[in-house]
Design a protein around this ligand. Structure first.
Ligand code: PBG
Length: 336
């Protein structure tokens, strides 16, 4: 017999063996990122609105409808399957009830029609919430300082149908009202859109990391108070599973966790708990953190940004919404 220790200890076991060269690292990699796992986030603007700059989001510009069509073409060319659109509406077009959300000719609808005409194979995800359209910046109706739940849900149902009519394949309620997934499913079905998907922002936190986005869609200056009466408390985790469970029961096709990187524990918990595709949203503040750190000399932006995408995959995200999805397709090809 040998005096060798075969109990899995060093020196018989050397974990560095599978790290010694790129070929073996590739073979043993437990997760991969591909362009087809990514969704490009696009902030839309009217032709006469400024394209940028957006606070702390160097490298990101708001897109006119024509520019959004070009982005859709680029996405299709590099294998990014879908775009998620968000509108920057002009301040004059906002009112207390967010009525612009229900207009069948609003910026979102016009962009969807133009993109679907030019690039019919690209998937389009439309945000369902009132905040780009309200003069108080909230996702729902505001009365006496309270965000009304059921009254808001009725409007969101109409907004979802408007988006479906315009050509959005997926509606993505980001508002966090209770009961909206079931109500939107019924409204879509009733309008004949039983094949349109619902990507629920199921586990969405009241997060500071949305700061640059509020600037991007022009709601920062107008937002009254905060969103803590409807978005989740960052201290909670089990509550996120309850949100996810209810949305699955109400008919969500896919679940989202948002923000992304600081909330990867929720991505993993939701992925393990439900047999439903899980999306993670790498939000504006996460982009800003990477970009600002890179500009301060902390690291190479592209390499760090690609690493972040790997982390989402490792945590179990099936798809990732990101402001640099199209660019990342190139970094993946170069194997940064
Ligand atoms: C609002 C909405 C937000 C984002 C997407 N939809 C912000 C918020 O809830 O205040 C954030 C996106 C980002 O930060 O990139 N319905």
């Amino acid at each position: 017999m040998t005096d060798r220790d075969f109990s899995g200890r060093f020196p018989t076991t050397r974990l560095r063996r599978t790290r010694q060269a790129q070929w073996i690292r590739q073979l043993v990699a437990e997760s991969h990122i591909n362009p087809q796992d990514l969704v490009q986030a696009v902030i839309l603007r009217e032709d006469d609105a400024p394209s940028g700059p957006i606070t702390a989001m160097d490298g990101i510009l708001r897109s006119s409808v024509d520019e959004a069509v070009e982005m859709a073409k680029r996405a299709a060319a590099v294998g990014v399957p879908a775009l998620a659109l968000f509108p920057y509406t002009s301040v004059e077009d906002r009112d207390a009830t967010g009525s612009g959300a229900l207009s069948s000719d609003n910026l979102m609808a016009r962009a969807a029609r133009a993109i679907k005409k030019a690039v019919p194979e690209i998937g389009l995800i439309g945000d369902v919430a009132l905040d780009p359209y309200t003069d108080h910046g909230h996702d729902g109706l505001l009365r006496d300082g309270v965000i009304l739940n059921d009254e808001t849900v009725a409007l969101l149902c109409q907004q979802a149908v408007v988006l479906a009519e315009a050509g959005f394949d997926v509606v993505a309620p980001s508002d966090m009202m209770d009961g909206r997934i079931g109500a939107i499913r019924m409204a879509l079905d009733k309008a004949g859109y039983q094949d349109r998907l619902i990507l629920s922002y199921a586990v969405k936190y009241a997060s500071r990391f949305y700061g640059p986005y509020r600037d991007a869609i022009g709601s920062r200056g107008v937002l009254q108070g905060d969103k803590r009466t409807y978005q989740m408390d960052p201290r909670n985790s089990a509550e996120g599973l309850r949100e996810a469970a209810m949305d699955v029961q109400e008919g969500a096709d896919m679940l989202m966790v948002k923000p992304g990187l600081p909330y990867l524990d929720l991505v993993r918990r939701v992925k393990d708990a439900f047999a439903v595709p899980v999306a993670a949203f790498q939000v504006s503040g996460e982009y800003a953190m990477l970009r600002c750190a890179a500009e301060a000399g902390a690291f190479d932006f592209e390499a760090a940004a690609l690493e972040a995408l790997h982390c989402f995959r490792r945590a179990g995200a099936d798809m990732i919404i990101s402001y640099y999805a199209i660019d990342a397709a190139g970094w993946i090809a170069r194997d940064l």
